[in-house]
Design a protein around this ligand. Structure first.
Ligand SMILES: *Cc1c(COP(=O)(O)O)cnc(C)c1O
Length: 400
C-alpha cells in the first residue's frame, strides 16, 4: 500500500469516486532485480498444453537460464505442472538441473562437443545428434558403457545450421548400424516460422516428412517427431506439431508478431518477468545542463533527474540511451543521456514524490502502464529474446 495515499473518510467515499491510485512498486534491498511469477510460468505452460491438446507432448525450453528467468526455479515449476521433458542448450545446463533434483527427461539441443559426451550420459541427459559421425560416436560410447543410449536425431531441412542433410536411406543405414543407440526422436528447426510471406517453413516440413517416411519404409519409427517452437504453436501450424512441440518464448509469455497473412493466434500467454531497479540519487538540474557521457542530452528546462542503480552491465541495452523509458509510479519517465555501465539517468520531473531507495520498473507494468521486452527490443534495434537473455546474472532473481 502506498504510504502517501490519502484515506478518504467512508462518507466521502460513498459520494466521490476517488482518482485512480498510482501503483507504486515495492522497494527491495537490491540495486536491480527481477520478479518472476511462478504462477504465470505455470499458466503459460497450461495454455500451451490446452492449445495443442492432449495428444501432443509439450517440452518447455529452459536454455540460457530459462531466458534469464532462472532455469532451476522455472524447471521445478514446470515439473510440478506435469512437464515430462525439458530442453536445454548444453550439457552444463542439464547438469545444473540434475544437481537441483529435476527428474524429467532433459534434451540437450546444441551440444555433443567431444569434452561433454561422457558427462551427458553419466547425468542421464538425452543428446540431440547433429551428424551421422556423431551417431557412430554415440554408438561407440554406448558400447563401452554396455548400455543402450537414447538420442534425438536432428535433420537439417533447410535452416542450414545444425542437423543431418543426408537422404533417408543413408540416415536409415546409419541408425541400423548404431545398434547400441535408440533414436527415439526425430526433429528439425524452422528458419522463418513467423514469416507467412515465405514458403521456407512449408518446404522444411516437406523435407522432414520425406525423411520420416523414408525411415518408416526402412522399419524405423522414432516415437517423438518434433519441429515446432513457439510460433508454429501460436499460429496453429498444426501439421508441424506432430507428437511434440518445443516452446521457449511462449513459456515466458511472449509470441513474436508474424509477418504476412498469418492465421489468427490461438495462444494467450502473459510475461512472467518484471525487472526493477532502485533509485540511487535524485537531483534538480538547471536548464542547459548536459547529462551523462558525451553530453548526449541537454536539459531544455529545469529538470528533476533520478539516477538508477542499473546500467548496460545489468542488461539495459546501451541503444536505449536518450530513447528508452522506464515506469515511475505508473507514469512513463524517459531515459536521458547515455545508459552507462552501472547507472541510468531518467527524467522524473513529473514524479516529484520519487525518493532515493524507491523502485522503478524497467520491464513490466504498473497500473495501466507497461513496457515489455518487445517494445524495448524495437527501440534498441534488437529482438525480445535478446532483451530477456541480456538481463545479467548479477540482477537478483526473486520468485513470487
Ligand atoms: C530455442 C529453441 C526453441 C524455442 O524457441 P522459441 O522461439 O523460444 O519458442 C526450440 N527449438 C530449438 C532447436 C531452439 O533452439
Amino acid at each position: 500500500m502506498n504510504e502517501s495515499s490519502i484515506v478518504a473518510p467512508a462518507v466521502a467515499a460513498a459520494q466521490e469516486i476517488p482518482a485512480a491510485e498510482p501503483v507504486r512498486p515495492r522497494a527491495l534491498p537490491y540495486r536491480s532485480w527481477v520478479e518472476v511469477s511462478r504462477g504465470q510460468i505455470a499458466a503459460n505452460f497450461r495454455a500451451i498444453r490446452n492449445a495443442v491438446g492432449p495428444g501432443v507432448e509439450v517440452m518447455p525450453v529452459v536454455k540460457a537460464d530459462a531466458y534469464r528467468h532462472g532455469a532451476i526455479e522455472v524447471s521445478r515449476t514446470l515439473e510440478e505442472q506435469g512437464a515430462r521433458w525439458l530442453a536445454v542448450s548444453n550439457t552444463e545446463e542439464g547438469i545444473a538441473l540434475r544437481d537441483a533434483g529435476v527428474g524429467t527427461r532433459i534434451l540437450v539441443m546444441a551440444d555433443f562437443l567431444p569434452f561433454t559426451r561422457e558427462a551427458m550420459l553419466a547425468y542421464n541427459l538425452t543428446p540431440v545428434i547433429h551428424s551421422l559421425e556423431d551417431l557412430a560416436e554415440l554408438n561407440r560410447l554406448a558400447a563401452v558403457r554396455e548400455e543402450k543410449v537414447r538420442c534425438h536425431l536432428k535433420i537439417d531441412t533447410g535452416m542450414g545450421r545444425l542437423g543431418v542433410r543426408a537422404d533417408a536411406a543413408t540416415i536409415g543405414e546409419a541408425i541400423l548400424t548404431a545398434a547400441n543407440v535408440e533414436v527415439e526422436g526425430l526433429m528439425t528447426h524452422f528458419a522463418s516460422a513467423g514469416n507467412y510471406q515465405s514458403s521456407q517453413t512449408e518446404e522444411q516440413i516437406s523435407v522432414f516428412q520425406r525423411v520420416a517416411a523414408g525411415l518408416q519404409a526402412a522399419g524405423l519409427r522414432p516415437s517423438l517427431l518434433h519441429l515446432s517452437s513457439t510460433i508454429p504453436i501460436a499460429y496453429a501450424r498444426r501439421k508441424a506439431w506432430q507428437g511434440m512441440v518445443r516452446p521457449g518464448h511462449a513459456i515466458y509469455g511472449y509470441v513474436s508478431p508474424a509477418r504476412g497473412h498469418a492465421p489468427a493466434g490461438i495462444l494467450q500467454v502473459k510475461p512472467a518477468l518484471t525487472w526493477r531497479a532502485s533509485v540511487l540519487s535524485v537531483k534538480e538540474v538547471p536548464a542547459g545542463s548536459l547529462i551523462g557521457y558525451g553530453g548526449m542530452f541537454r536539459a531544455n528546462r529545469p529538470m528533476r533527474l533520478a539516477v538508477l542503480a542499473a546500467g548496460y552491465a545489468d542488461g539495459i541495452p546501451h541503444r536505449l540511451s536518450n530513447r528508452g523509458s522506464v515506469i515511475v509510479n505508473s507514469k512513463i519517465a524517459p531515459i536521458v543521456g547515455a545508459v552507462s555501465m552501472d547507472l541510468t539517468t531518467i527524467d522524473v520531473t513529473q514524479a516529484p514524490e520519487l525518493r532515493v531507495g524507491d523502485a522503478v520498473t524497467l520491464l513490466g507494468s504498473e497500473g495501466d502502464v507497461s513496457i515489455d521486452a518487445q517494445q524495448i527490443a524495437k527501440l534498441a534495434g534488437t529482438i525480445s529474446y535478446s532483451v530477456l537473455c541480456g538481463i545479467h546474472a548479477r540482477v537478483k532473481r526473486i520468485y513470487i
